[in-house]
Ligand binder design. Structure first.
Ligand code: C5P
Length: 317
């Protein structure tokens, strides 16, 4: 039986370029266990891929180069080997035994350092696009192994949909929930660094200001709510252990959460390590209306109405 490949030469455009898209994510449940010896925390999380997409276009060139447009093009997103797409290219080239020769262009709609896994989405899209460009014919399993080496959220950015994440977040089991959920994302001005928020959680736990282990706990209730498709049930189950440390570092997030619920969201939580706040709405119309009201409130730098689940990294038509 032929291997299922992630891409294929059929997607190479007439100019020799290949484009892939990958989605942002919201953690509808983020249970954070104690700090492990390797510096990561043991997680029980439920990822949801949402309809805010970055795209990565790659084309043949000598050596590697990265350019960025859109969110973070002001210089906050690096264009050298600190960028995860650069690291993805080096890793795939080494894995496949090819020369890392490509120009990569990242067009960002997902804000950086926002708790939406934008960098992970870019890395996943780069893997898929370069696999097609270089004809390296990796299986989805190969790409998942490379993704896990790039970052805890990158394997999810590859698969998308809805998934339960364990380990440091990279061990995934798909969640069979096809119910559409509608959200507004309230994006704050300045990014928050993920390690800083995890460190603040450890500090608050060590100081006895938070219980020593996860408050969000297991994900069973949120999984039941997702499978049931009742937005009100899901709203009541939203939980994120990184919310308390994120709010501690950015007290204005408490107000942002209040603005969301005041604007009619069934529930709201900090997305991942923040500072984006995600609010759940009963349907698409309500999400659009609430997004317009929130944009007018001036409480956020930007507001987006999105829905999930959507697919993970994939080649553009
Ligand atoms: O895996 P990733 O590079 O996205 O992780 C960034 C940082 O977030 C880690 O260096 C660590 O400080 C923190 N982290 C953690 N536990 C996890 C995932 C990330 O402490 N499960």
């Amino acid at each position: 039986m032929p291997h299922a490949t992630a891409g294929g030469p059929g997607r190479i455009h007439g100019d020799g370029s290949v484009t892939a898209h990958a989605p942002a994510k919201v953690n509808v449940h983020l249970g954070v266990g104690p700090l492990r010896a390797d510096g990561f925390h043991e997680l029980t999380t439920v990822y949801l891929a949402v309809s805010l997409l970055d795209s990565v276009t790659v084309w043949p060139d000598e050596g590697l180069s990265v350019t960025v447009t859109g969110e973070g093009a002001d210089g906050s997103v690096p264009t050298d080997s600190r960028n995860l797409v650069w690291q993805a290219a080096e890793l795939l080239a080494r894995h496949a035994g090819v020369r890392p020769d490509a120009a990569l262009h990242v067009d960002k709609s997902i804000p950086a350092a926002a708790g939406l896994a934008g960098g992970s989405a870019d890395a996943a899209a780069a893997l898929v696009a370069l696999d097609a460009l270089w004809g390296t014919h990796c299986t989805r399993g190969d790409l998942a192994g490379l993704a896990a080496r790039l970052g805890s959220d990158v394997p999810f950015s590859l698969v998308g949909g809805t998934a339960l994440g364990t380990g440091r977040g990279e061990q995934l089991s798909p969640v069979l929930s096809r119910h559409r959920t509608d959200w507004v994302l309230g994006i704050a001005g300045d990014g928050l660094s993920t390690p800083t928020v995890y460190r603040e959680l450890d500090r608050l736990r060590d100081a006895g200001d938070l219980p020593p282990d996860s408050v969000a706990g297991p994900a069973d209730d949120v999984l039941t709510a997702l499978r049931g498709g009742d937005a009100g049930e899901l709203a009541a189950r939203l939980a994120n252990d990184l919310q308390a440390p994120a709010v501690h570092l950015r007290p204005e997030l408490r107000r942002a959460l209040g603005v969301m619920t005041g604007a009619g969201c069934l529930g709201a939580l900090v997305s991942g390590s923040g500072p984006t706040v995600a609010g759940l709405l009963p349907d698409a119309d309500a999400a659009e209306e609430t997004a317009a009201a929130l944009a007018a409130s001036g409480a956020f730098r930007a507001v987006r109405a999105v829905h999930g689940p959507v697919p993970g990294a994939r080649l553009a038509g």
